[in-house]
Design a protein around this ligand. Sequence first.
Ligand code: 26A
Length: 351
Amino acid sequence: MSKGNFELLCLENPLLDIQGVGDASLLGKYGLKPNDAILAEQKHMGLYEDLLQNHDAKLIAGGAAQNTARGAQYMLPPDSVIYIGCVGKDKYAETLQEACAKAGLRVEYRYDEEQPTGRCGVVITGHDRSMCTDLAAANCYKIDHLKQPEIWSLVEQAKVFYVGGYHLTVCVPAVMALAEEAAAKDKACSYQQRRIFILSLSAPFIPQFFKDQLDQTSPYWDYVIGNETEALSYAEGHNINTKSIPEIAKAMASIPKKNTKRKRTVIITQGTDATVVAVEGESEVKQFPVPAIGTDKINDTNGAGDAFAGGFVAGIVMGKPLETCVGMGQWLAKLSIQELGPSYPFPKQTY
Ligand code: 26A
């Protein structure tokens, strides 16, 4: 396979997942919902030790967009994907680096001097996963790092940017620098150069509590990816008065856009229900059924959405048609839910 040229650059929060199987009483103890993603408060800080000591928790490389980046690299030629974020100078960072190296993902971390690497406590109950994140060093990403000449040159050579919406809690200037870079290059260069900005909605709390930050980015979305709960949360905060996912997708596709040369595409996954895709200016919203999988084959759903995004974005980088990109996303998600946590099978399978 020929090598890539780091066409895809991803930005977000590198985290180590501390994942264990729990029950209603563990969720209750920390006030967690069965299927959610939240930022940890003081009352959650005992969860991590609790998972490790009492729930046989495993340490697995996580961080939503880092999972997506590993997933995209899984499907692309070597040297296709770079991931950027902030970690501490500790063992957890080494674990993350090893996992990324194994996946062939190039990371360009900022190392914080004081904070430890971020952790995400993941409580698995059946096919649900509850995530509680202590960002720590991941919260210390700085635009100065992105603007360092050796990092910025990687930005300049990339063709596609993928930003996890979770990063809107951390460093909006870095997100906006990538968004503007994508739009600017499209203006200056020929259309074929395909500088594309993709954002993931990440979690319902992002449209809810980081609405202003998210709204700054929306004119730049060439693609926006989310699941049904995130779409509903977006609709609620944006006067989209419907609970119909296709209608919400359509409304999101029609938000005014900076780069008018490329139509916006909105992709909403719905677990085992069909993936909904709306394209700006098209009246028909497409639905792509999800290939079935026996429930006995599901290990856990942690990272399923990230894997979908990884496969989808790999398709975009390869310049594949929309239906192929969706198929690639669904395929990778199906592989990932059969693994422990946000992981992909080795030896590698091919699409
Ligand atoms: C800012 N927050 C809350 C987060 C995250 C996060 N990644 C970045 N920022 N909260 C959970 N995750 C990651 O989501 C993956 C599953 O989709 C977890 O680390 C997990 O691997």
